[in-house]
Design a protein around this ligand. Structure first.
Ligand code: VG1
Ligand code: CO
Length: 542
């Protein structure tokens, strides 16, 4: 073991979901080393305990793991569980931390951000419940990165072989290379009615899952094809590539365009889905039909009784603040609490640990439950397949029936990527400056009820998170929300979220952009977004 002198590196503040930077930044010693040592210095006493390590397979994944293994040994971990070839999807890592009662885990991913030598890399620490470290810990990690003076590492001269399942060691620390898929597949089988899904897939029902050359390929092949009998062509782009095939594995209508073309084409399958780089997001499509993530959360909650694991009821629902209120309506009809948290999965952990909620979701294609402490892409796909197997209706008819019963929350998110940071901040400030004049005024033909910067007090540990989005809230339940992304690596991204509610069945068939047109215009008007960014349309519309 050696102790290496170091000094703080710039830009080590974790964002919405860990630390994300260009690969080139992570490759500069001691950028990664400083962060890993700062994690180890912030998480308490792990001497003799187990750490889980794995990532989405992107470029630099394997090298980063070798560095982490040497440092984990030098710092006193007794055992590390690593996914074969260094691969673990984010939900699988969460599952393994929980199942083997590990002290915590390091997940190497920049989610859907492009991968490759000139693209992005990321790392985050998950605690023993399997979920992302809460802000208390991420703040402590950041503090450490500001004052760090040395890190500890072993100096093994050769790389640990991660290509075969088996055991090896560095110093006193045992390294177990484990099957990346098996534990996760077992967990899925314990939650869903695999027999019912098998029957569905054996019928004339056709599905298509796009793994986007990212981490879910191996998981989808084992679960959907080997275990559930989906046809050989049902999983596309199934081989994980270190550059994700040059693509952008973000499952939305813009980036998952191959899948969208199939699902909107002639002879479209009955069900389509995609997941992101690290396997925690999901997009759900029916034949010529897109399910918004906000609606998907509401639908899963309303149909949870179809699923063995949730048959006896769910304890509550949580959604991130910008996510539409569709789930709130289901919670109300089921007599359950619905919690509104800031963006990022770390805010759901306490609620799930305290059994206040079973299902959680975000508008950004994230849904999950208390089976792990991360959002879970394939879990959502299996949940939908299980519902389809039980209800024997099309995706579209299930969604439209839901709207008839609960009303439709028209919803859209407009992203403006690569904006200058000052301009992005000014967009939000412009709205903030009008909080007083907007309140009780008429905007987009509606009465404004209130305006605020969203702030959240965790009901379990009372921690407070401020400035989580600028909101204009209307009396009829409509909302305009502005937020700056915390996951990008270049410039700023403005997210504009728009929502309005339609209870009248006759008016539920509109295109969302048309239904929201007056709110979109009002949002531009009050923020001066177009002038400040010099962009005449969003980079991505969801
Ligand atoms: C985005 C999403 C947020 C999600 C986060 C991590 O964050 O909006 O809902 O939790 O990504 O998802 P931001 O700060 O860029 O809006 V993942 O799949 O990238 O780990
Ligand atoms: Co992700």
């Amino acid at each position: 073991m050696i102790t290496v002198n170091t000094k703080p590196c710039e830009g080590q503040k974790p964002g919405t979901s860990g630390l994300r930077k260009k690969v080139k930044v992570f490759q500069q010693t001691p950028y990664l080393e400083n962060f890993v040592q700062s994690v180890f210095d912030s998480i308490g006493d792990f001497q003799g305990k187990t750490l889980v390590v794995g990532g989405d397979g992107r470029f630099f994944n394997d090298q980063a793991i070798q560095i982490i293994l040497n440092m984990a040994s030098a710092n006193g971990f007794a055992r590390v569980l690593v996914g074969k070839d260094g691969i673990l999807s984010t939900p699988a890592a969460s599952c393994i931390i929980r199942k083997y009662k590990a002290f915590g885990g390091l997940i190497l991913s920049a989610s859907h951000n492009p991968a490759g030598p000139d693209e992005d890399f990321g790392i985050k620490y998950n605690i023993g419940n399997g979920g992302p470290a809460p802000e208390k810990i991420t703040d402590a990690i950041y503090e450490c990165t500001q004052t760090i003076q040395s890190y500890k590492t072993m100096t093994s001269s050769h790389n640990v072989d991660l290509t075969d399942i088996g055991t090896s060691s560095i110093g006193d620390m045992r390294i177990e290379v484990i099957d990346s898929v098996a534990d996760y597949a077992d967990l899925m089988e314990s939650l869903f009615d695999f027999d019912a899904i098998r029957q569905l897939l054996a019928s004339d029902f056709r599905m298509c899952f796009d793994a986007m050359h990212a981490v879910t390929g191996p998981y989808a092949k084992v679960i959907l094809q080997d275990m559930l009998g989906a046809s050989g062509d049902s999983v596309m782009n199934a081989t994980p590539l270190s550059d994700f095939g040059g693509g952008h594995p973000d499952p939305n209508l813009t980036y998952a365009k191959d899948l969208v073309a199939i699902m909107y084409g002639d002879d479209a399958p009955d069900f389509g889905a995609a997941s992101d780089g690290d396997g925690d997001r999901n997009m759900i499509l029916g034949k010529h039909f897109f399910v918004t993530p906000s609606d998907s959360l509401a639908l899963l909650a309303a149909n949870a009784h179809c699923i063995p694991a949730y048959q006896s009821g769910i304890s509550g629902i949580a959604r991130s603040m910008p996510t539409s209120g569709a789930a709130d309506r289901v919670a109300q009809s089921l007599g359950l609490d619905c919690y509104e948290t800031p963006t990022g999965w770390k805010f759901f952990g306490n609620l799930m640990d305290a059994d206040k909620v079973t299902l959680c979701g975000e508008e950004s294609f994230g849904t999950g439950s208390n089976h792990v402490r991360e959002k879970d892409g394939l879990w959502a796909v299996l949940f939908w397949l299980n519902i389809l197997a039980v209800r024997k209706q099309s995706v579209e008819s299930i969604v439209t029936e839901h709207w008839q019963k609960f009303g439709r929350n028209y919803y859209s998110r407009h992203d403006y990527e690569g904006v200058a940071t000052d301009a992005a901040e000014q967009v939000l400030q412009n709205v903030r400056d009008q909080f007083e004049t907007l309140t009780a005024s008429t905007l987009a033909n509606r009465q404004v009820q209130s305006c605020d910067d969203f702030s959240y007090t965790d009901p379990i540990d009372q921690s407070v998170s401020q400035n989580q989005g600028v909101r204009v809230l209307f009396e009829d339940g409509s909302r305009i929300i502005f937020r700056l992304s915390g996951t990008g690596t270049q410039g700023a991204t403005i997210r504009l979220y728009l929502e309005s509610f339609e209870g009248d069945v006759e008016k539920q068939g509109m295109d969302a952009q048309d239904a929201l047109a007056d709110l979109i215009a009002a949002a531009h008007d009050i923020s001066k977004l177009g002038d400040l960014t010099d962009m005449d349309k969003p980079t991505v519309i969801t």
